[in-house]
Design a protein around this ligand. Structure first.
Ligand SMILES: Cc1ncc(COP(=O)(O)O)c(C=O)c1O
Length: 368
């Protein structure tokens, strides 16, 4: 991935993609282009932007190997999770199984179903790992959904989506994946993987802006969910405003009730194009090379690797123990040295993307 696309490299060694990624230049140009078009044309340019929204939906579908009809744009990961949590046909006594270390967005929407009699079962991690045996043990005949992150935000643990999804299939449960910390680095082929719902904002590894992301639903499940937040755009003849006929669109677009975030979609499309042009296998290889180097060298800076680096479990997030040193102070020290990293759960978190360099990893270690 060419560094020339990343203006951030002029100022920072930016190693915090697990938080909010810097926008690549093509996405910046897209935002400016849309703003200019809107300023000069208002709705007179609408046909072009309707076509662009269709184009970006197809790009998103390509990333997932999905049919564009089953992809919806969301304002953030939480929104996609809520579409399922609020629309699911719960019965009192049902339960949802998730990891206790999940990001709050993947816990509160499920906890918010308590008034329907839904129980949330939070499975504690074993050190840096979410153990599939513990997920299995937490499930019973009333488990309707297992909801996990592709990659856990604090530990960087990459869940085995095939194994967990297969477990769900065996037990008659659905599998929801919060994909925000993995999508853009690791392939996720929904035509093959036993995943039922997926949600991810674009502002991390997908390199898009905040406030726009992707939702995917297995087509057989569309009718099972009650669509919340419907609007003019949810129905089949959506631009005939004087005809009121409440016939929902057959695909995932029924959840996109009102006006689209065209600026965000256009910019996310530019970032998706960059990712697809680079190729996920190349991105994955590079991110692994950078994080492997970091883990090999961490002890030189007095850091201990907390994340699992086992094959299939490692990710772009490296969580580091700093042996009693204050992680906030270390984050500040790095920033003073021109290096952006973060801390989560009391540990340093370093998350390079494919355009970063081994020199930037060294810069981080030197700063520590
Ligand atoms: C695993 C995970 N899910 C979701 C989010 C963000 O949620 P949203 O896109 O709703 O802001 C984050 C952000 O850090 C995250 O790490």
């Amino acid at each position: 991935m060419d560094r020339i696309h990343f203006p951030v490299t002029r100022r920072w060694a930016f190693l915090d993609h697990a938080a909010v990624a810097p926008l690549p230049a093509p996405a910046v140009a897209a935002l400016a282009e849309y703003a200019t078009s809107l300023a000069q044309n208002g709705i007179a340019a609408v046909a072009r932007w309707v076509a662009r929204v269709r184009e970006v939906r197809a790009l998103a579908a390509r990333l997932l190997n999905a049919d564009p009809a089953h992809v919806a744009f969301i304002k953030n990961t939480s929104e996609g999770i809520n579409w399922v949590a609020e629309g699911f046909p719960w019965k009192a006594g049902d339960n949802v199984v998730l990891a206790a270390e999940e990001y709050p967005s993947n816990q509160y929407p499920w906890m918010n179903q308590a008034h329907r009699g839904v129980e949330v079962r939070a499975v504690a991690s074993r050190g840096s790992r979410v153990a599939i045996d513990d997920i299995r043990a937490a499930m019973d005949s009333r488990t309707r959904i297992v909801s996990l992150s592709f990659v856990e935000f604090a530990s960087g643990y990459r869940n085995d989506l095939d194994a967990i999804g297969s477990l769900c299939r065996e037990r008659g449960a659905y599998f929801f994946v919060d994909a925000i910390q993995g999508l853009g680095v690791f392939p996720l082929d929904v035509s093959r993987a036993p995943v039922d719902f997926l949600s991810a904002d674009s502002h991390k590894w997908l390199l898009g802006p905040e406030g726009i992301g992707l939702f995917w639903i297995r087509p057989e499940l569309i009718e099972m969910l009650h669509p919340i937040a419907v609007g003019w755009n949810s129905v089949v003849d959506s631009t005939n405003f004087s005809k009121i006929e409440f016939r929902l669109k057959p695909g995932a677009e029924r959840w996109e009730g009102g006006a689209a975030n065209v600026a965000g979609i256009h910019a996310m499309g530019a970032a998706l194009q960059l990712i697809l042009d680079t190729g996920l296998p190349n991105i994955e290889r590079r991110v692994m090379e950078l994080t492997d180097h970091l883990c090999e060298q961490a002890s030189r800076a007095g850091l201990e690797v907390f994340s699992s680096r086992a094959a299939g479990e490692a990710s772009g997030i490296v969580s580091l123990l700093a042996s009693g040193r204050d992680p906030d102070a270390l984050v500040r020290r790095c920033r003073d040295a021109g290096v952006i990293v973060n801390q989560r759960a009391g540990r340093l978190r370093v998350s390079p993307h494919a355009y970063n360099t081994l020199e930037e990893i060294e810069q981080f270690l030197d700063a520590i």
